[in-house]
Structure formats: C-alpha cells, structure tokens
Design a protein around this ligand. Sequence first.
Ligand code: SF4
Ligand code: SF4
Length: 439
Amino acid sequence: MSPLTRKPTFNGGIHPPDNKITRDKEIENLPPLGNLVVPMSQHIGAPAEPIVEEGEEVKRGQKIGKAQGFVSSPVHAPTSGEVTEIGSFSHPSGSEVKGIKIVPDEKDESVDFSGEDPAKLSDDEIIEKIQEAGIVGMGGAAFPTHVKLSPPEDKDIDILIINGAECEPYLTADYRLMLEKPEAIVNGTELIAGLLGVDKVYFGIEDNKPEAREAIERKASGSIDVVELSTKYPQGWEKTLIHALTGRKVPVGGLPLDIGAVVQNVSTVKAVWDGVKHGKPLLERVVTATGTIPDAGNYNVRIGTTWNDLIDQLGGLPKGETAKLIDGGPMMGDTQPDMDTPIVKSTSGVLALGSEPAVEREPSPCIRCGKCVDVCPANLLPTSIYKSVEAGDIDRAEELNATSCCECGSCTYVCPSEIPLVQWIVQGKGEIEMREEEE
Ligand code: SF4
Ligand code: SF4
C-alpha cells in the first residue's frame, strides 16, 4: 500500500460541478443495437482501408479494415452479420469519413480469439499484438497505442503514468472500470511497464474516487505507486498530470517523451491486456451515457452503435429537455449535430445536456479581470491570444504559444464576460497549423 500523505496537483484549473450522477451504476453489457457503422478512421494517423466487400458475411472480431502503415490502426467487426454498405458516414469529429455498415445477424458469432502468455512474447511481438488488436488511446486522443509504446531510440523513457483522473464532469466510465476490473488494469500496467523497461510507475487517481483507488491498490504490487491527486479540472491532461506526479515539465512544443514519460489512460491499459493476453481486438468500450438520458449509466457498447440506437435503448430523449448532445464530457467533448453518429473507440461519454447548462449567452467586452490567466493550466494568456486571433494577428498568437493550449475550456468557464476564449484559440491554432502546412 502506498503512503498517501501527499496530494499533488497543478497551478490553475477550475472546480466545475462534477455531476457524476452515474458513479454508482455498475457497467452493463449491451448487445449489438441496430445497424452498426464502423468508421475506418477512429485514430490519429492514416485511416484503415476496407478489406471486405458489400454483401460479405463477417464474424465478431474479424478484421474488416487494414492499417495503412505504422501510424494507423486496423478495425474489426463488432458483431457478426452482413456488410451492406461501404461508404461515407458521419463521425463524432463532425466530418464525414469512410466506414462500413454491418447489419447484425443476431448470432453474435465470434472468430477464435487466440491470446498468449505475455511473458513468452518478445517486445516486438507484444507491439504487433497491440497494433493488430486495433488499440488506440481511449481517453480522447485516439493515438495508436502501439506507436506510443514504441518510443524513438534516442528517447530515454523512465516513467510510466496511468491516468485514472477522469476529471471531466459527468464521466464515470474509467471510475467504474477501476472499481470493477482492477486486476486487468494492473496486469496491463505491469505489461506496459515491462515493455517500456521503466523504473517507476505512477497511477494517478483524483481524491473524489477513493473506492477506485482502494481497488487498484489492492491489486497493485509495490512497483506501482498509486497516488491520490487533488480533484481539479483538467487534472487528467497529460502535461498537468506529469507535472503533478513527477515535478517534470513538458517543454513548450514538446511531448511527454521528451522528458522520459509515457502516459496511458486506464481504459486503454485494460484494452492492451485484453488484446495481448486474451487476443481480443477493440470491439466495444465502456461509455457513460448521462445527462437527460432516462436510463443513465455506464454501458459496455459495441463500437459502431449509433447514438440513435443507444439512446433509444436507454429510454429516448425526454421531449423538449435536451438542448445539446456531446461526445465525451461537457468541457472538452465534441457537440454532435447528428444522431446517426457512431460510438467510436475514443467515445468515453454520450452526454445529453438539458436547456439550462447548454444555454449560450452573448459575450460582452473583456474587463481585464485576469481570471482566464489565473486558471490556465498551460500558463498562457488566453485574453491576449483571443485578441490577437480576433485582430487577425496570427504571428502574435503564435508568439503567445497558442499551440500549447490543451483546449480544456477553463478560461471560457471563468470568463465573466462570457467570451468564448477557447473557440478563438482553437481557431488561432488552426490558422497557425494551416500556415505551417503551406510553408
Ligand atoms: S488557453 Fe487553453 S489551456 Fe489555457 S485555460 Fe484556455 S483552453 Fe485551457
Ligand atoms: S476572464 Fe474574460 S474578462 Fe477576464 S481577462 Fe479574461 S477574457 Fe477578459
């Protein structure tokens, strides 16, 4: 058991109401619901390419999209059935991407999952299994996990951090996983630590989840330092988490790898264990369905299930009470214009917000109160960046390190003038990126 005498945290941040109304809801396995739409792009990197044809019968776990290169990830059929369409479908990011529609045959017949004792596998074989299982960062970033666990040779990695913060309001999927599946998470942690050859493993959990911390501690060996973090948003951002736990700072424009750290989210770690030990590809994930959804809870949902089918199963949206649908949490999630959007590998939450919290107000001029500066976890000047972007001065926005913004929305949350600071900053980041691509 770790001596829990300290509660590390970071400078800045906010304390929004946590609204974790589903924290006591056990994870429930849902069967395939309706027709499934499996996007070929559910990760950062090259989209997968379909390897099945319309009319073909597929089984649960069968690979249906092949990775295109190392920074890419394959996709698998989440159930058995017929491929009825290969075309363009809406994606939670708001874009249209290539995808495969499967009409389930209701047999849910699987291919054989052949797992292996990880102790008998070489590092290269483990990495190959992680890629073949289609595992990507499930905390939101969706970076292919096999790439993140293959640091360049010139990077000396000595710390692994497991992110159990789940600092976004409403979300409880990771909390429930830590509570209900601690052994698989700890086994996955030890597997990854061995692969990276690190000396030190921190497991960070906010102090509003004592039951989850106790569950992980009971399974963790002495090599894992389970650390209780102060509850504060955005504690789960990689850079704030690393700094809180290790005192190390990721340089501006740099990555955790640059200071010897790799961070993995708890859902991803469990998927790695399931993929390597049990040979099971990423076909489903735990999603917190919450807000105005009648049967709010934590559900193990097949990838490709549409919002429509999931919400229908959970009682439908109450008439007139829902103003906004968000993939993820209310702070960093993506607003969904379309109920045909599928659940993807990075969907941690299906959030229906009522008219009160989703209401948008007219911004008024900045009163120079400095609150946005005080809360920024990246030590930026949100007000100055927003003014530069508004004035079209992208050079200045770049000088002010706009690209270091993690888009946590803390500045917007505290602004008494209701200025949508994060939207301006995201626009500035996009313009900086576009200019770099043109150069
Ligand atoms: S500027 Fe970016 S990182 Fe800083 S508080 Fe605003 S959204 Fe968060
Ligand atoms: S919080 Fe809003 S009003 Fe205050 S300085 Fe920042 S932008 Fe201006």
